[in-house]
Design a protein around this ligand. Structure first.
Ligand SMILES: Nc1ncnc2c1ncn2[C@@H]1O[C@H](COP(=O)(O)OP(=O)(O)O)[C@@H](O)[C@H]1O
Ligand SMILES: N[C@@H](CCOP(=O)(O)O)C(=O)O
Length: 321
């Protein structure tokens, strides 16, 4: 459960008194998520999410996320907005943590997506990339290729070998390969960078919300597509690839965003890079998550299996034609 900072109703009621959102009638810690503490709140007027920023979110980045969500909302994308208090402040502090009150969106995250849901997600990602073409603010990707090798070293050889024998060397070799071939001059834009099924809210086959923009950054759109592909088109443990979901996701995306040829040519690299990024952060968390943290660690090897799959040229040809 991702509740690192515990809050009581009195504390939250006091916090809410700065806003014009009614009185607290229900407060619940949210089990899902790994990065921040999230609470579900009901007031006499509405429902909200209260997020306390922990772990990897740097408060200095919050204005970027605020501007991004505002821009996307104004462009008609289904994303939650930050709520401002009576004085117009959307960034607050509670229990010593930076915190924001956020619009609640209806919907649930699917765990076994079907073809129509994959297509709707591809479409939502394409719409988002199209809407962000004129978004100016920038944020470097703090979990991009420039940090992968140092992240691997922070995991230490023995830490990685405890997870899987041969993993340290496999990761080192993948860093060598990707650093050598990674494109430099492709078009960049703001990207979500973590559009896993748990970050897409759906009602039936319709997307009702894209959430959790806290890894959003400026990087290649093709990398975002690769992250989403790796997250949506496999069984969760990475053991089985679902070609029907892949075709649907790419079709949905292509309907809304025209990918340029150099980006398309770089997709095989981006797919491998996406796997390495999540393999590394999952390894780091596997090794470093304190035993008493109320959070479920995610299996790093699920992304090693995906990496193996994307490293096979025949598999790539079957995906991209
Ligand atoms: N705006 C929102 N509307 C509805 N539910 C939300 C919203 N934001 C977060 N949630 C719920 O909280 C959970 C955790 O949020 P998330 O931002 O993914 O956390 P983390 O950043 O810790 O991974 C989500 O899976 C979802 O159930
Ligand atoms: N999506 C990442 C971990 C980040 O978790 P999220 O709940 O913030 O999406 C992974 O699966 O490794």
């Amino acid at each position: 459960m991702a509740v690192y900072t515990h809050l009581g109703p009195e504390q939250v009621s006091l916090f809410l008194s700065q806003y014009d959102v009614g009185d607290l009638i229900a407060l619940k810690g949210i089990a899902e998520g790994v990065e921040n503490s999230n609470y579900y709140l009901e007031t006499t007027k509405n429902r909200f999410i209260l997020t306390l920023y922990e772990n990897r979110v740097d408060p200095a980045d919050l204005p970027f996320f605020y501007a991004l969500l505002k821009h996307l909302h104004e462009a008609g994308c289904k994303v939650p907005r930050f709520i401002a208090d009576r004085d117009g402040r959307w960034l607050q502090e509670i229990a010593g943590r930076p915190a924001c009150l956020i619009e609640f969106l209806h919907g649930v995250s699917v765990t076994q997506p079907n073809r129509l849901q994959a297509e709707a997600t591809g479409a939502a990602l394409g719409q988002m990339h199209a809407a962000l073409a004129d978004f100016q603010p920038q944020r470097p990707n703090s979990l991009g290729i420039s940090v992968w090798r140092s992240l691997a070293r922070q995991c230490t050889t023995s830490g990685l070998e405890n997870i899987y024998q041969g993993l340290a060397q496999r990761i080192e070799a993948e860093c060598d390969f990707l650093e050598l071939h990674w494109p430099k001059d492709l078009p960049m834009g703001a990207i979500h960078a973590d559009l896993f099924p748990d970050n897409v809210l759906m009602l039936g086959n319709q997307v009702t919300g894209l959430i959790d923009f806290y890894f959003a950054c400026t990087d290649f759109c093709g990398f975002d597509l690769a992250v989403t592909h790796s997250a949506w088109c496999f069984a969760p443990d990475g053991s089985t690839f679902h070609p029907d979901l892949s075709a649907a996701l790419l079709a949905g995306y292509n309907r809304h965003f025209a990918i340029d040829v150099p980006t398309r040519d770089a997709l095989p690299l981006f797919l491998r890079g996406a796997c390495l990024r999540f393999l590394l952060t999952r390894c780091y968390d596997w090794i470093n998550t304190p035993a008493n943290a109320l959070v479920t660690r995610k299996d790093p090897l699920a992304f090693l299996r995906r990496l193996d799959f994307y490293s096979d040229k025949d598999n790539i040809s079957a995906i991209l034609g």
